[in-house]
Design a protein around this ligand. Sequence first.
Ligand SMILES: C[S@@+](CC[C@H](N)C(=O)[O-])C[C@H]1O[C@@H](n2cnc3c(N)ncnc32)[C@H](O)[C@@H]1O
Length: 311
Amino acid sequence: MAEGFAERPSTAMHYFSQDFKWEDLRDEVQSRPKGSDDVLGNLPVVSLDHNVEAWKKFHHLHAKHAFFKERRYLVKEFPDLLASDRVLNILEVGCGTGSSVLPILRANKAAVVYACDCSESVLRRAHSLVQTTISSDGNCRFVPFLCDISIQRLPSWLCCSSCMDLEGIIHEDSISSENGERLHCINGIDIITMIFTLSSIPPHQMQHVIEECFSVLKPGGLVLFRDYGLYDMTMQRFSATQRVGEQLYQRGDGTLTFFFTPESLSNLFVQAGFVEEENYFCCVEVRNRRRELPMKRVWIHAKFIKPQSPS
Ligand SMILES: C[S@@+](CC[C@H](N)C(=O)[O-])C[C@H]1O[C@@H](n2cnc3c(N)ncnc32)[C@H](O)[C@@H]1O
């Protein structure tokens, strides 16, 4: 199973914890004797072209499995998701089954969540989970759409305002139709959530993803980011043969995981025009209840803002 789906610390407090120093973990991993199992060893030449197909297969295979877990800590971790004196347009990139969408819809009745994924079957699943778990108004506040964000552009109706008048009122007669769905332009996104998604995209396509995010955000809009950090326990569980790039690993099913540092992330966002507000490692020691073993988890927590005016 892709690990990003299973992250669920019991409290938000966990997420802000610095249970250990990241530098100590780095030194510990780097000082280990280099053997055949060395996860930092030489790189094989591997094609990353089939990542999206691998994700589609992954969702197809897991369609009947009940591995869905809501990220209930998300709105505590990112209180910007609750600000609601007006309608908040949120875009969740790579929404999967909706683990991040559901807690947002539940916590903020003024939020409309647009959500994309490259897999049609997982979008259907997310839609039906929203329908069954959130009241009928939640259903109207959830707009899933298909997009391979690694190579495609986000739809223009996300940032366009051509069917609105100067007061921001949408004219029904200018509602456009796309893929049989009735959609209207929404004049820009206030907040983008990217939760364990960028790590699943090949590094050479990440810049495109961030630039697309920049293009649909309103000036002053935010990207709220959480993903794997370098030397996370899950990275150390990969075998040497699964290492397919710097900080990049491929699971047996072909899906990818990249492990970020604040620096690698900052470069991507700043290059696209964002300003960094928060960007750091969360280092959390979790106990494996069954085996009583301590597990060192490392995540990146970050927040980037699109400036009001270009610098
Ligand atoms: C680890 S899951 C994270 C799901 C969700 N954000 C969450 O909070 O649980 C990564 C998701 O990214 C999607 N994904 C991977 N590559 C993508 C691409 N190129 N375009 C759109 N979605 C993609 C996968 O299908 C998967 O649903």
